[in-house]
Write a protein that binds this ligand. Structure first.
Ligand SMILES: *Cc1c(COP(=O)(O)O)cnc(C)c1O
Length: 399
């Protein structure tokens, strides 16, 4: 008997989490696996943030908090939006959830009905279309390519919008492509959105601090006239290497924040109290270490891209943000691996790399643009070199 709901039956499991699970199993079995599939920085959470969590624990801050976060954290969030994004928001209109993921989930579940459409540029974060499907609404995928650096054009956006369109979900810097929209590009999209006053805009700014030589902009900042329909979402996971603490936050239209509070109040209630206090310190405390992290990521990115582009059959852009590259593997398709696997698509390439070379990456099909695959460079330089040696050996073995 299968009693799964129709809503959940529409949803696919997360591909990157699947591959990371296989990689973990291999590692546990003693295989020297290079983990380039996970979407998290490899740095430890900084000590001053951990200390704040310990203080909160010792002070007995271990009980339920307000559903949408402790006042101190909401104040820190409002200050952050002012300081870094030029947004004037009241702490009462800031909202905290169990990760940026729950912010997005709450927002979509609180607003989408069957028949509604949500416009999603591809390559996309794997959870966007699945969350939209869960509500019974329809994801409208806008495919991009390396030619536009994996960014949508205003014309593409214009064409995708109709009377059913409820959301545009925009992620910059992008997971998986690393693409960053500059100010002019966001302004051009804002011009289109002005013509469609019923479309809400979700800005997924989770990689804000990971841009390399490019200034970060978010929609409510460059188009304040649209702010009453922009949900600006961020979190501490990627910026402060706090993925396990599970804190995300946002600000946006009052009616939506209120609806999200109602939903969260009847589902998970407040996010972890101790993690909230650690996040107060993350947002208010020292930020200087971020420069060192950025420097490390730039070095790794440049080294990885240079080595990948020397490999016959791979082609890779140099992305401006996040910690992923998204090379094309078109030149490998149609060939057969040393282990006898025929490479018909990017999933075949990724599975063969995992099985024959012990390197974990994620196939582009999971993100909606093939034939590509996502490589995370949130690993040591030594592992980047080892992985590239294995990519070279893999390609050398193809017939
Ligand atoms: C990691 C990630 C998130 C959310 O992460 P949380 O850990 O839930 O805060 C959201 N969007 C994108 C694109 C991500 O890569």
């Amino acid at each position: 008997m299968n009693m799964i709901s129709d809503a959940l039956a529409r949803v696919k499991p997360s591909a990157s989490m699947n591959i990371s699970a296989i990689a973990l199993e291999k590692k546990a079995a003693g295989v020297d696996i290079i983990p380039m599939s996970a979407g998290e920085p490899d740095f430890d959470t900084p000590d001053h943030i951990k200390e704040a969590a310990k203080r909160a624990l010792d002070a007995g801050k271990t009980k339920y908090t307000a559903v949408d976060g402790v006042p101190e954290l909401k104040k820190a969030i409002a200050d952050k939006f002012k300081r870094e994004n030029d947004l004037d928001v009241d702490p009462s209109n800031c909202f905290v959830a169990t990760g940026g993921k729950q912010i997005i989930y709450n927002a979509l579940v609180a607003s989408l009905n069957p028949g509604d459409e949500a416009v999603i540029p591809a390559p996309f974060w794997v959870s966007y279309p699945e969350m939209v499907r869960l509500t019974g609404a329809t994801p409208i995928i806008l495919e991009t390519s390396a030619e536009t650096e994996f960014k949508i054009t205003p014309a593409q956006l214009e064409q995708s919008i109709n009377a059913n369109t409820k959301w545009l979900l925009l992620n910059s810097p992008s997971n998986p492509s690393g693409a960053v929209y500059n100010k002019e590009e966001l302004e051009a999209l804002a011009d289109v959105l002005r013509k469609h006053p019923n479309v809400l805009i979700l800005m997924d700014d989770i990689y804000e601090h990971l841009t390399y030589g490019k200034t970060f902009y978010t929609m409510a900042q460059i188009a304040p006239d649209l702010a009453d329909r922009v949900l600006t979402m961020n979190g501490v996971s990627k910026a402060y290497s706090m993925t396990g603490w599970r804190i995300g936050y946002c600000t946006g239209p009052e009616w939506l924040i209120k609806a999200m509070r109602k939903l969260q109040g009847q589902s998970t209630s407040n996010p972890c109290s101790i993690a909230q206090w650690a996040s107060v310190e993350a947002l208010n405390g020292d930020q200087t270490f971020l420069d060192d992290w950025r420097k490390a990521f730039i070095e790794r990115r440049d080294h990885l891209v240079a080595r990948l582009n020397k490999i016959d059959g791979l082609e890779c852009l140099t992305p401006d943000g996040a910690f992923y590259v998204y090379p094309s593997c078109e030149g490998l398709l149609g060939k057969t691996t040393a282990g006898g696997r025929k490479l018909n698509n990017d999933e075949d390439v990724v599975m063969a790399l995992l099985e024959e070379q012990d390197v974990a990456t994620v196939h582009g099909a999971a993100y909606g643009v093939s034939p590509h695959f996502r490589i995370s460079y949130a690993v040591s330089m030594e592992n980047i070199d080892k992985a590239c040696d294995r990519f070279e050996a893999f390609v050398a073995g193809l017939t």
